[in-house]
Design a binder for this molecule. Sequence first.
Ligand code: MN
Length: 296
Amino acid sequence: MKIASFDGGKIGVVVDDDIVDVSEACGVVPGEWPPVGPVRLIRDFDRLRPVIEAAIESGERQPLASVRLETPVPWPNKVIAYPVNYHAHGREMQAGYRATNQGFFLKPNSSLSGPADAVMLPNVPGREVHHEAELGIIIGRTARGVKREDWADYVFGYACLMDMVVRGREERVFRKAYDTFCPVGPWITTADEVGDAEAIDFKLWVNGELRQSANTRDLVLDIPGMIATASAVMTLQPGDIIATGTPEGVGEIRDGDKVRIWIERVGEMTVEVVQGTEGETEVFSQPYVPPIIKQA
Ligand code: MN
């Protein structure tokens, strides 16, 4: 099942090139704040599935092209992200560590954006903003201390995810926290439809030029390991998102670019890049590589 958010917080199921509004069947109130309807839907999905399936049969179909898709989980408990999780990307970044010995970081929920939202470049002259194509995992159940072999019981589904970043040596979260720096979508494809997520192809293009192409079998810390590691530290909640790391081929995005991501059996989306006027900070007026200065 492909579950989308659209047109101001409605919940829809994508069927072929159409979408069926199942908000009412799921008890989701479009426009509510905070927008936690998708989180409740994920928590209650086992109970709601037959209700949703009936609503698909009886509901009115609208062409997918006639609606505005939004990020599928706009208000998760957290967005977890694994750094340097493909060896070839580690080599291109000259990184001396991997996700297996660094752990994870968090992206703010406020950085989430949807397939129809532009990525707004901050006003940081002299800095490059890079794309990172990633498989996004959507957690399905509350979990702590998940064993590797049990990982699949806790995955609700998958989505395309881009982890945007201002390159530099400053605090990683700071550089990855800007609004619209975490496009997720175009919907969640439930785990049963994706099948073996540990060996799926994914690609990213900028203006039609292929920049990244990889398979999740090349992850350094694999999906069971990512769920075990995150849940060893934190209680995972339904709707939590894991950004699984990017392969080699990261590069700059500029005003006017169109960035397309495709993940096998999950979906694809294209987001526009727009130069914004906000986001200037004292931090990014400093040198790119801060010198190490011994202080008395
Ligand atoms: Mn990343």
